[in-house]
Design a protein around this ligand. Sequence first.
Ligand SMILES: NC(=O)c1ccc[n+]([C@@H]2O[C@H](COP(=O)([O-])OP(=O)(O)OC[C@H]3O[C@@H](n4cnc5c(N)ncnc54)[C@H](OP(=O)(O)O)[C@@H]3O)[C@@H](O)[C@H]2O)c1
Length: 244
Amino acid sequence: MADMNGQVALVTGGIRGIGAAICDRLAARGMTVAAGYSRDKEAADRFLESHRGSSVHQGNIGAVEDCERVVQEVLNQHGRLDVLVNNAGITADKTVRRMTPGEWDRVVQVNLSGAFYLSRAILQHMLDRGSGRIVNISSIIGESGNIGQANYAAAKAGLFGLTMSLAQETARKGITVNSVAPGYVSTEMVAAVPQDALDRVIAKIPAGRLGEPDEIARVVEFLADPESGFITGQIYSVNGGQYM
Ligand SMILES: NC(=O)c1ccc[n+]([C@@H]2O[C@H](COP(=O)([O-])OP(=O)(O)OC[C@H]3O[C@@H](n4cnc5c(N)ncnc54)[C@H](OP(=O)(O)O)[C@@H]3O)[C@@H](O)[C@H]2O)c1
């Protein structure tokens, strides 16, 4: 694998769950990681203590001005940005009949618009340098849909469209853009699912278990590698065989 020492990665939602596992993998390759978060300042402080040389950046990725500020903070602090991982995401589950327009908008803003805002904010820097890696963390739900998750499914499916379009716009400029679509992974997001519902989900996973955050992170590390330059516009499904 290529040397990634000295490279800088911005990982949104990087202080816990899948994002933290991604930060750990990239840091182990010698990268400086800049982790985004929105509310959990204590977790952000703990992250800083355990990741020397890294930085944390507070901001709501559903707001364009926060995204632009965070990218500027990272560039000011580290001087470059090689890898953007659009990982932060939220759910607000209800059937379409019960879902409010506010619940729809909030989930689409954070899961989909945030990835657009951040990609847009960093694009000129990557174009100027003739290199860059963007990885969008989508979901199995974006591939299959799910009862009670129309907002989340639409946002995560939208990430595939953003990925493929931006990949085509940047393929000749040394930039790759890919999606990773995790299945059910053991994080706080899944801990919110009632145990009986989770048992029913696990029964449908051919691997017979939830995924671990590091099993997603290793795919992101692979896509972020400088030697992965011929892979762009793709969806990597990592789901224990649940959707194929
Ligand atoms: N876990 C799964 O089974 C699973 C499956 C498929 C896809 N995914 C996707 O994988 C990604 C990570 O999931 P996870 O399970 O690791 O989630 P998680 O444990 O709930 O962590 C989410 C992270 O996103 C940050 N975040 C939330 N809203 C934000 C906002 N408006 N602005 C900036 N940051 C925000 C959170 O920061 P704060 O806590 O500070 O708000 C947190 O660090 C998400 O995109 C999720 O949709 C997860």
